[in-house]
Design a protein around this ligand. Structure first.
Ligand code: UDP
Length: 468
């Protein structure tokens, strides 16, 4: 690492090496660079390589003189579609990155470290260095708050789940009484209390209180009541989302190769006629689930654009290729691609609704474009996001815990036909709020401004300490 002190405040940014995390923390990076800060972005060798291959991010960010990537080698690079595999990734990260971070923090003047708040070890690495650590959480405030409540839910006997009735109401997560059911809690809550992933998430989320501040990619108008609950424990919060909506360009930070032919296909479709289907970068499906979705999509009678990643189908050691008839029959009214420029797709006039896993980035991107959703949450925070989509924000329907062609077709028709007016009205309203909050004077605009000012002040303080 270059040890020459930079003239502008220098910030280290360190995301968990996964698509949704890298994506939103790169957006934050761009916003801070635009404000004149210098950034070192820590990235795994695998993600660095993929960004280089599939995007123009390198050229784009390197046009800022104060930007550099710091590549981390030797991390776990396998799939991360279960809690156990997430734990393997955390272990490898902690082992490799703790000493690296510590050296970086001691080596040169750093105004602050903005670390992905899903990892606790950056707090330990920064201990005694005097460098403030901001925790950036890439999940919704509602997911963060549910994670924060894990110890209380264990005490109240809500975890482990009692009985088999997944519709049992949960009343011990403040602010969510009345609509939260067992099945809506993040998927990790379905395990027993000693589960390592559950414990790690509970622990790291509570440790947010040791960080200097919490940055969330959400906005006050969307999650106000839940944010009020979080503020009782973590008073210093910067809600600065939707991050991508601050930026004029839709430049992608994708770790997969985009197939832009889908835009040409969308151009040929009528306005508001197409269902966009994608389950993000991590979800895997069994062959049976894929076939149910396919039947449901075809039976809905709607046109659809479907992202089938090359690793979407779970490999049980057998055939994990998408059956050829799925591709053949789909040609009549659908278009299948490996990966799309999602923001551009959601903004396309032909799109009517989004069948989504409700990863937080996808949810926010849908909200900003005013696109109603049909939710099929896969894991982690997605179960609670989809509940908010349906029960709180009224932006769509939630089909969690089912994968049935009849339900799939029915929900698609409800969202795209039967209740289209209601959903469009709520989606347009929320999109307007999302756009206003990032406009001059809006809540997220002001919070981002405050964050930048606070970091600049920290930098002055850290330089003073060094000089004295
Ligand atoms: N994405 C994309 N093209 C696709 C599918 C997804 O650009 O074909 C992007 C999407 O815009 C979002 C990210 O990948 O920014 C997925 O993040 P999310 O938090 O929604 O889900 P995750 O992948 O973490 O499960």
């Amino acid at each position: 690492m270059d040890t020459k002190p930079p003239s502008s405040p220098h910030v280290l940014i360190f995301p968990l090496p996964m698509q949704g995390h890298v994506n939103s923390m790169l957006k934050l990076t761009e916003l801070l660079l635009t404000a004149g800060l210098h950034i070192t972005f820590l990235i795994s060798a695998k993600d660095h390589d993929r960004l280089f291959r599939y995007t123009t991010v390198h050229g784009h960010l390197n046009s800022y003189s104060g930007f550099r990537f710091h590549v981390i080698h030797g991390l776990y690079e396998g799939p991360v579609d279960t809690g156990d595999k997430l734990t393997i990734l955390f272990d490898s990260l902690s082992k490799v990155t703790t000493p690296l971070l510590r050296n970086m923090l001691l080596d040169s003047p750093v105004a602050c470290l903005i670390a992905d708040g899903i990892m606790a070890f950056p707090l330990d690495a920064a201990k005694g260095t005097g460098v403030p650590v901001f925790f950036f959480r890439t999940v919704s405030a509602c997911a963060f708050w549910a994670y924060f409540c894990i110890p209380d839910l264990v005490t109240s006997g809500d975890i482990p789940f009692q009985g088999t009735d997944m519709d049992k109401q949960i009343v011990n997560v403040k602010g969510m009484e009345g609509f939260l059911r067992q099945r809506d809690l993040p998927s990790f809550f379905r395990s027993d209390v000693n589960n390592v992933t559950l414990q790690q998430i509970a622990n790291v989320t509570r440790r947010t209180q040791e960080s200097h501040a919490l940055i969330l990619n959400t906005f006050d108008e969307l999650e106000g009541p839940i944010l009020s609950e979080i503020r009782k424990y973590c008073p210093n919060i910067y809600t600065i989302g939707p991050l991508h909506a601050h930026l004029k360009s839709t430049s992608s930070n994708n770790l997969f190769e985009e197939d832009k032919t889908c835009i040409g296909w969308l151009d040929q479709q009528s306005p508001k006629s197409v269902l966009y289907v994608s389950f993000g970068s991590i979800t895997t499906l069994t062959r049976e689930q894929l076939i149910e979705f396919w039947h449901g999509l075809v039976n809905s009678g709607k046109r659809f654009l479907w992202v089938i990643r090359e690793d979407l189908l779970l490999n049980h050691g057998g055939d994990n290729k998408v059956p050829s008839e799925v591709k053949d029959v789909t040609r009549e009214r659908g278009y299948i691609v490996g990966w799309v420029p999602q923001q551009e797709v959601l903004a396309h006039p032909a799109i009517s609704a989004f069948l989504t896993h409700n990863g937080w980035n996808s949810t926010l991107e849908s909200i900003v474009e005013g696109v109603p959703m049909v939710s099929w949450p896969f894991f982690a925070d997605q179960q609670i996001n989809s509940r908010f989509v349906e029960a709180v924000w009224k932006l769509g329907l939630d089909m969690k815990d089912t994968c049935d062609k009849t339900i799939i077709a029915k929900m698609i028709k409800e969202v795209m036909d039967v209740k289209i007016e209601d959903f469009t009205k709520s989606a347009n309203r929320m999109a307007k709020l999302a756009r206003e909050c990032v406009s001059k004077g809006g809540s997220s605009y002001r919070n981002l401004d405050r964050l930048i000012k606070d970091i600049k002040e920290m930098s002055v303080r850290s330089t003073d300490i060094q000089v004295n």
